[in-house]
Design a protein around this ligand. Structure first.
Ligand code: ADP
Ligand code: MG
Length: 672
């Protein structure tokens, strides 16, 4: 069928470009169509300087007032500069490293320039794209070397022209009418090549509806199944007091209150289904350990599932301190031999308290009597994953923990009938983290500061969103480059950590950081969640403009965990208005709830929603742009569909489609 048509059959896509697309996760024509623009250029009409705000990108219709001039800076960089007018106002146009513009631009001629306007010191447009006429709304794609935007656009256009999506409509007309949704095929075209911004909004609405509708169907099926099952009634008397004798600190009032909630749930015959929400550093782990202690004393096994190996190991260390050799660790990086040994000891019940990553979801991991499933930083886990884990026991109690503060109304929609406990108090003695934006000019000063602190025995993280520069978008620092630079410049021990390293290497580097042998750890966002090293007091985040608020807040939460004065430095391009706003907010508050509220206003609820495990970035991003009304509509439609799916063929077909997206785990739950 059409789906089989190779991506190489598209004009301009040969073997090497097909490989490059592969690196973006695009293997088929459908992948290409699902690869949504990350942004759009509004080239519908030429605008004037007066109509445009500082930092805003737009198409300008200007006439050149003189011939272009070229300057060469001391490091050899060439800049072409030309004066222009929009009819009412003069402006300067600069092109960096594009000396060919000297020949392309003529005095007295008019051009359309698309670029970001700067009104700070004089009026400038820097590195604009040049057009001969307004071209409408132009999509921009995240791309890699070897695939220019123009190739990406024409490939998508050609794939869309095959109208593959016409056979993929899965919503009934009734639902489409009820919620005012356009057909899927139109939405696919409209999201890539919208004629108007209204059309773009309608296309996005349809695609967002699809995403959230299937998510909610899967979620509702999961919850319905759990309710039917009935849970375990644990004995909980005296457990908290026993825990208190084992911990090196006194519990906060908020922690005690949450433990009481957990104890009540676990004692009850209904399965526990609780979300613990607490800002980074509020001490959620202790609540998890409490629940695991209850399970253990009742002779049942428990697991805590973490999104990264580093976090799983960290939890394991803490569990070992309380449970000794009843605790074990399961990660993808284990050797075959270790794996076999560990799995059989879990199956026999020798290990009762288990910390692990997604590796725990493997079919081979079987339990003797699993009574409690905890997922830490649960926004990282999809519904299907939580469901699959819960299936490994007979109606185990479920506890999920999240530092991403989810506004209550949103969490009710997202998690259905999950109960919520909030840890709204930090352990005593924490000092607020001093946060500031560091401009390019002040980078050297920041490095010196980091070095001085490191020499005084403190530790720092330097976060870079990308691993290597080869895969990088321009102007984005990569972990490898920064690592090299810092190793050269700082006379303290620097380490490198990223997701592509072997687990043993990762473990080794992180262990050395934990022990203080490494002073400065250059890392990708693999350390984002949960990592707890008290001696670390500096968090520097490169290319912070590329990260969302919640993620930045999470990263910042890696420091300020001891009683030392802690710092968070934000680096990167703050010219875009949204980036500037995010950074400003972070410098003004460290309150996670406040930040979450703003994040929701600025980005929509996407940040709060579990990313689906097949992890197509563009879909995750689409979620990010969702508005609450669409979310709510999808939730209501899902409720109706699930209710009717046993008697109505259409509803069942839609539900099966939705569950198909969430993988076999959900399917077996809903249809067995
Ligand atoms: P998070 O909620 O971000 O998961 P953690 O559970 O990792 O936070 O706790 C953060 C740090 O605070 C840990 O080092 C932990 O040992 C410590 N901690 C937790 N509870 C308390 C407490 N009541 N008093 C002092 N320190 C605590
Ligand atoms: Mg944690």
């Amino acid at each position: 069928m059409n789906e089989e048509i190779s991506i190489q059959s598209l004009r301009g896509i040969g073997k090497s470009r097909a490989d490059a697309l592969g690196r973006l996760g695009i293997a088929s024509l459908f992948d290409l169509i699902r690869y949504l623009p990350s942004d759009y250029m509004d080239c519908t009409r030429g605008r004037t300087v007066a109509e445009t705000e500082d930092g805003e990108a737009a198409l300008f219709y200007v006439t050149l007032l003189d011939a272009p001039k070229m300057f060469t800076s001391r490091n050899g960089a060439r800049t072409v500069s030309v004066q222009a007018t929009d009819g009412t106002q003069k402006l300067n146009v600069l092109f960096f490293n594009q000396s060919y513009m000297m020949a392309n631009l003529k005095s007295g001629v008019s051009y359309y320039f698309y670029g970001t306007l700067s009104k700070k010191r004089g009026v400038y447009i820097i590195n604009p794209k040049v057009f001969s006429e307004p071209t409408g709304i132009v999509p921009i794609y995240r791309t890699v070397k070897g695939i220019p935007q123009s190739v990406m656009r024409s490939a998508v256009r050609e794939a869309l022209d095959m109208r593959l999506n016409e056979t993929r409509e899965w919503l009934t007309d009734k639902i489409r009418d009820e919620f005012g949704l356009m057909p899927l095929a139109d939405a696919a075209v409209g999201v890539h090549f919208p004629r108007t911004f209204d059309e773009l909004a309608a296309a996005r609405k349809r695609l967002l509806f699809d995403e959230s509708f299937s998510y909610f169907i899967a979620l509702r099926c999961f919850l319905a199944e759990r309710r039917r099952a009935g849970g375990i009634s644990f004995k909980t008397t005296g457990v908290r007091e026993r825990l208190e004798t084992l911990l090196p600190f006194k519990l906060t009032r908020a922690q005690k209150r949450v433990m009481d909630d957990i104890a009540n749930d676990m004692a009850s015959q209904d399965p526990m289904n609780r979300l613990i929400q607490g800002d980074v550093g509020s001490g959620k782990t202790a609540a998890a350990v409490f629940a695991m202690l209850v399970a253990n004393e009742n002779g049942l096994q428990s697991v805590i599932m973490s999104p990264t190996e580093i976090l799983a190991r960290q939890h394991y260390e803490k569990l070992k301190a309380v449970f000794g050799d009843k605790a074990c660790l399961v990660t993808g990086g284990m050797s075959e031999k270790e794996r076999r040994g560990t799995y059989s000891a879990i199956a026999s019940g020798e290990y009762t308290v288990i910390s692990g990553t997604h590796a725990l979801l493997e079919d081979k991991v079987e339990f003797k009597r699993l009574g409690l499933v905890i997922s830490d930083e649960q926004h990282r886990f999809g519904v299907a994953q939580r469901a699959k884990m819960a299936k490994k026991g007979a109606s185990p109690d479920v506890l999920v923990m999240s530092a991403t503060p989810i506004p209550r109304t949103l969490s009710l929609i997202l998690y259905g009938d999950l109960d919520i406990s909030v840890i709204d108090e930090l352990p005593p003695g924490r000092k607020p983290i001093k946060t500031c934006y560091v401009s390019q000019a002040k980078r050297g000063g920041m490095y010196r500061f980091i070095r001085d602190r490191a020499l005084a025995g403190e530790q720092a993280y330097v976060i870079c969103p990308l691993i290597e520069s080869s895969e990088s978008l321009e102007h984005v620092s990569s972990a490898c480059d920064v690592y090299e630079e810092l190793s050269r410049k700082l006379d303290v021990t620097v380490g490198l950590l990223h997701g592509r390293m072997k687990s043993a290497e990762k473990e080794n580097v992180f262990e050395r950081f934990r022990r203080g042998e490494i002073s400065v750890l250059v890392s990708t966002t693999v350390i984002e969640v949960g990592v707890d090293v008290k001696n670390a007091s500096i968090m520097a985040i490169e290319s912070a403009d590329r990260l969302g608020l919640a993620q930045l807040h999470q990263l910042r939460g890696r420091v300020g965990r001891g009683d030392k004065e802690s710092y968070c430095f934000l680096l990167g391009d703050a010219t875009k208005r949204s980036a500037k706003e995010r950074m400003k907010l972070l410098t003004e508050t460290t309150d996670g709830f406040e930040i979450a509220k703003k994040d929701l206003e600025m980005r929509g609820p996407g940040e709060f929603i579990g990313k689906r495990q097949h992890g197509a970035n563009e879909l995750a991003e689409m979620f990010a742009g969702m508005d609450m009304r669409t979310l709510d509509a999808a939730n209501r439609a899902a409720a109706k569909t699930v209710k009717r799916m046993n008697d109505d063929a259409e509803a069942r077909r839609m539900a099966e489609h939705a569950l198909g997206i969430y993988g076999n785990a959900m399917e077996s739950i809903a249809f067995n």
